[in-house]
Design a protein around this ligand. Structure first.
Ligand code: AVI
Length: 322
């Protein structure tokens, strides 16, 4: 792993490249301040995200579940008999249960949940095992954004990648392309993929999904400053910042920002970071696709769009790729 040596007037110390500390140091030092969205998910952040999925304005989770339930027979037919289901970023695996239940009747062979959070993954695996005792479950603890191998001895059976939740929207176009190609390598030429993505729609609906009236998304975003204060000895005063959700037309993305309400200096460890009034830290992009755009992304990275399932209001799409 690459390391960055930081020299101060007293000491030299080492920061691991890709760590929270290194991302905060470099992200707050740039001309435009930015932090990778994966750091939003400490324990409280993960709980707040679960809460977001239940607020009335946040339509993606609810809509995707309705689509899965409505078209589950078709989706199961698409996956085919004796499939091995690989779920990337399995998390709580709630949607997977709906899918596995349908795939069971088509004789699903094996379920491989992949997640970086080992403990969470064990819980998900054992809960699903309890419900489907005859299903073979092989959890893989890994960051799905890096190269990793699936368990061996899976040859000869059809593999289906599952990536629900519009998590693909949180990846940059380059990351999404790399990820789609990794999926293709994992499932092989005979494999398939089922991917949930959020559809572009009127700006007001999208913005309010990321700026709910109850203020849960605001708490979720600002919790990043609390995390910096706790883990990196920061002194951010939360009352001097606010959450903001913005539409970026060029990127076709809703962006979350943390806005500095005044000119100020915040300290992280022994470093000072200056904020102008109104200056922001960009903490997340959530890309919204139209069907054509998603198809082009898939085509450019080794896939063909075979099916698209949508809700009646055209809010969300589930793509079946081959
Ligand atoms: C996890 N991800 C798909 C969510 C999204 O919609 O981009 C994260 C989120 N951020 C704010 N609200 C929800």
């Amino acid at each position: 792993m690459t390391k960055i040596n930081v020299i101060t007037n007293k000491n030299t110390f080492t920061i691991k490249h890709g760590s929270f500390q290194s991302d905060v140091m470099s992200g707050l030092s740039g001309l435009k301040k930015t932090l990778p969205c994966r750091w939003l998910y400490d324990n409280l952040g993960s709980e707040l995200f679960e809460e977001i999925t239940r607020v009335p304005e946040y339509y993606p989770t609810r809509t995707e579940t309705i689509i899965l339930q409505t078209y589950i027979r078709e989706i199961a037919d698409f996956a085919g008999r004796n499939a091995i289901l690989v779920e990337y970023g399995a998390g709580a695996g709630i949607k997977t249960e709906t899918l596995i239940a349908a795939l069971q009747s088509l004789a699903l062979d094996c379920y491989i949940p992949v997640d970086i959070a080992g403990e969470f993954l064990e819980e998900t695996a054992s809960r699903i095992q309890g419900k489907f005792p005859h299903l073979s479950i092989k959890p893989v603890v890994s960051d799905f954004m890096t190269d990793f191998a699936l368990p061996p001895n899976l040859l000869g059976t059809r593999r289906v990648a599952f990536f629900p939740g519009s998590t693909i929207g949180n990846l940059s176009p380059k990351q999404a392309g790399d990820f789609l190609r990794r999926m293709r390598n994992h499932v092989g030429p005979e494999g398939a993929a089922i991917i949930g993505f959020d559809l572009k729609k009127d700006v007001e609906t999208m913005i309010s999904a990321y700026d709910d009236k109850a203020g849960i998304t605001s708490k979720f975003n600002l919790n990043l400053l609390t995390r910096i204060n706790r883990e990196l000895e920061g002194n951010f005063e939360l009352s001097r910042f606010k959450h903001s959700a913005r539409w970026n037309e060029e990127e076709s993305a809703i962006e979350m920002h943390i806005v500095s309400l005044e000119e100020q200096i915040a300290t992280v460890g022994m470093f000072n970071f200056h904020f102008r009034a109104g200056e922001t830290i960009h903490t997340e992009s959530s890309r919204k696709y139209d069907v054509k755009g998603f198809e082009m992304l898939a085509n450019a990275n080794g896939w063909k769009m075979d099916h698209i399932w949508r809700d009646s209001d055209n809010k969300f799409g589930i793509a079946g790729l081959r």
